[in-house]
Design a protein around this ligand. Structure first.
Ligand code: HEC
Ligand code: HEC
Length: 211
């Protein structure tokens, strides 16, 4: 497991979530997903310049002082074009190499699938959630995780939360006790980055069910 964790940032976290079910088959299926394979391609070929999270924080980024190497959200066509044909083909830096030939068509498709997640706060937040929160809050965020019955009050049904983003940000980073709530809602501020907390709050916004 830890070897895999070093392999791919977003994919693996999903993987560790399924492995709780202790199902080799599920792990195998998860590994064969394009986004996970794409994460591995990204790590091998792109991370050096673009950074592990495609946020431009990377060792080689300094070498290309003029360019901001953050990869912004964009449609698939644009990603395919610049990845296949290189930066010049879209009027960008020649230091973005063309990858056609170097990567297979499948690898290019996979890395595009990965970029769709890596550049979208809500989808990154879904990964944060599924990696860290489902044991208590449940895969569907309905408060019915496997460990839920150990806690009273139970983990909140996050699809029905009446709290605003600020409150969620606070309880996630400081934990339940600091907010006068259950101490079993853990402190995440020391484990998740501010960006990850922002991302998971963005994800929680998308799953609200209004009744
Ligand atoms: C040698 C450094 C380098 C490597 C390696 C590299 N890139 Fe780039 N990439 C660049 C540069 C430089 C740009 C242009 C940035 C600009 O002009 O704004 C760029 C731009 C991009 C863009 C457009 C970003 C945007 O928001 O417009 C995408 C998408 C991209 N690269 C994907 C990839 C992928 C996928 C890989 C790996 C298969 C990769 N890059 C590998 C240097 C690199
Ligand atoms: C060990 C179990 C556990 C884990 C893991 C856990 N929580 Fe909780 N969480 C709780 C409990 C219990 C409550 C309810 C506290 C109360 O009602 O006093 C809660 C409450 C919350 C609330 C308040 C919701 C509301 O409407 O009041 C939010 C938001 C929340 N959790 C988010 C998260 C996120 C995001 C994660 C993962 C990063 C997470 N929790 C992980 C147990 C957990």
């Amino acid at each position: 497991m830890s070897l895999m964790v070093t392999l791919c940032l977003f994919g693996v976290t999903l993987l560790s979530a399924v492995s709780q079910a202790d199902s080799r088959k599920a792990v195998k299926e998860e590994l064969s997903k394009p986004v996970i394979r794409g994460g591995i391609v990204f790590k091998n070929y792109c991370k050096l310049c673009h950074g592990e999270r495609a946020d431009g924080i990377a060792r080689a980024a300094k070498l290309y002082g003029v360019a901001n190497l953050t990869i912004k959200a964009a449609d698939n066509d644009y990603y395919f074009k610049i990845i296949r044909d290189g930066g010049v083909a879209v009027g960008k830096s020649e230091f973005m190499p063309p990858w056609e030939g170097e990567l297979s068509e499948e690898q290019i498709r996979d890395v595009v699938a990965y970029l769709q997640i890596a550049t979208d706060s809500k989808r990154r937040g879904e990964v944060v959630f599924k990696t860290n929160c489902i044991l208590c809050h449940g895969l569907m965020a309905d408060g019915k995780g496997r460990a839920a019955r150990m806690y009273d009050p139970p983990p909140a049904n996050l699809t029905k939360s009446d709290k605003n983003d600020d409150y969620k940000r606070m309880i996630i980073s400081r934990g339940g006790a600091a907010m006068g709530r259950s101490e079993f809602m853990p402190v995440w501020g020391d484990q998740l980055s501010a960006q990850e907390i922002e991302d998971v709050v963005a994800y929680l916004r998308t799953i609200l069910v209004h009744n």
